[in-house]
Write a protein that binds this ligand. Structure first.
Ligand SMILES: Nc1nc2c(ncn2[C@@H]2O[C@H](COP(=O)(O)OP(=O)(O)OP(=O)(O)O)[C@@H](O)[C@H]2O)c(=O)[nH]1
Ligand SMILES: [Mg+2]
Length: 393
């Protein structure tokens, strides 16, 4: 399953984002290092269910044509500049990021927390200053993993005439770096690949940065936009990174109200309706403010950030395996029972393997349930495809 981490300096709102996206009961407080042990939970992608275009009545896998597909979300402890030198809680907990596919850097756009997460007056800190440090800390974390055995690896590679990309990928296997990524990173640098023993630390760091961009892309969730000064938003709009403007607090309030059936709201909606008739004045005012906020900002940004991370940045698609291509269902009649998040180069046989190894091994052909056309094992799937796999099993 695709996995995303929330990282950033303490007190920026990582756990609030996490709670809003997963509804897990985690600690949130206005001081640094509230979270020490990482929180793991399930967040959801919001996609249009294929039942809409297929005119399937009574689909039980979605809500009014909107489907929520799970991804893993990890909320890690706050990180401060020079964490790799032991500042704050250090960076050993970054091992939590080993298996993630992407990092959402949660930045306090309100400027109400200093560089290490202590509360200060809104607008006092420039959030743009927070952006670069996370990349550096992550790079230093990866650098340290590689540097540990670098002398031995580089010598061995030179003496035995081995492929350096393979040796590096092996050393970084724990964070899921592969030969292809190292090779692509090497090709972008002016570096002597047959003499790794001669590389300087700076060259190694440059290589790590290139690898990290592919292996752990970082996007920005500029959080607390509900209280952020205009000037901060303006400056954040100009930064080079892919930035989403978010209010995790607003999303959390909406999701909690929806859970209690006070309002009807689905994550990612740009409006909500009030169901409850016995609200007190404070509740009415709170909901009014939320309504104004999400109308002005086209939602709270949380769902948009998660969706864009997976679809725009990671380039994933969603496909739907079925057993009955006419009823679009499994053998128990459950319509569109499964949704798989896969890479855009996923083939019909890859999907078969994901359903079950035996089905992958004994794959005969696929059927595109929408067109009823046969597809071969190498056929590349498209977003929204509904596929029946025919195998000898
Ligand atoms: N106004 C506003 N406050 C927010 C928002 N998100 C979080 N906060 C507040 O910011 C403070 C810190 O929130 P947390 O979610 O605990 O922050 P964190 O990044 O997990 O903090 P650590 O675990 O200490 O690193 C809390 O007082 C939250 O209520 C937001 O979108 N808007
Ligand atoms: Mg936290």
């Amino acid at each position: 399953m695709i996995s995303i981490a929330l990282a950033g300096k303490p007190n920026s709102g990582k756990s609030t984002f996490f709670k809003a996206a997963t509804l897990s009961d985690v600690e949130i407080a206005n001081y640094p290092f509230t979270t020490i042990d990482a929180n793991h939970g399930i967040a959801y992608l919001r996609v249009e269910c294929p039942c809409q275009k297929l005119n399937i009545q009574h689909c039980t896998s979605c809500v009014d044509g909107i489907r929520f597909v799970p991804v893993q979300l990890v909320d890690v402890a706050g990180l401060v500049p020079d964490a790799h030198l032991g500042k704050g809680l250090g960076n050993e907990f970054l091992d939590e990021l080993s298996r993630v596919d992407l990092i959402i850097h949660v930045v306090d756009a309100s400027g109400g927390t200093d560089m290490v997460g202590n509360p200060i007056n809104i607008g006092e800190h420039n959030p743009v200053e927070d952006i670069a440090f996370l990349e550096r800390e992550i790079d230093m974390w990866i650098f340290n993993i590689l540097h540990r055995n670098w002398h031995r690896i580089s010598r061995k590679t030179e003496i035995e005439n081995l492929a350096i990309e393979h040796a590096i990928a092996e050393q970084l296997g724990g964070i899921r770096v592969d030969d292809r990524q190292v090779k692509a990173a090497l090709s972008r640098l002016d570096i002597q690949t047959n003499k790794p023993g001669n590389w300087s630390d700076d060259e190694l760091k440059e290589l790590i940065t290139e690898i990290r961009k592919m292996n752990k892309p970082i996007i920005i969730a500029a959080n607390k936009t509900d209280v952020a000064p205009e000037e901060n938003i303006k400056q954040l709009k100009d930064v080079e990174c892919k930035t989403f403007f978010v209010s995790s607090a607003a999303e959390l309030a909406l999701r909690m109200a929806a859970k209690k059936d006070v309002i009807t709201y689905l994550p990612g909606d740009k409006d909500f309706t009030i169901n409850s008739t016995n609200l007190n004045k404070a509740q009415e005012k709170g909901l009014e403010q939320l309504k104004r906020f999400i109308k002005q900002n086209n939602g709270t940004g949380v769902q948009e950030c998660i969706n864009s991370a997976v679809f725009s940045i990671l380039g994933q698609i969603v496909v739907y395996p079925v057993e009955d291509e006419n009823k679009y269902s499994d053998k128990n009649g459950r319509v569109l029972p499964d949704a798989f998040v896969v890479g855009s180069n996923c083939t019909a046989r890859d999907l078969a393997y994901m359903v079950h190894t035996d089905i992958g091994k004994s794959f005969l052909f696929g059927i595109n349930a929408k067109s009823k056309m046969r597809i071969s094992d190498k056929h590349q799937l498209k977003n929204g495809d509904v596929i029946k796999i025919v195998s000898t099993k």
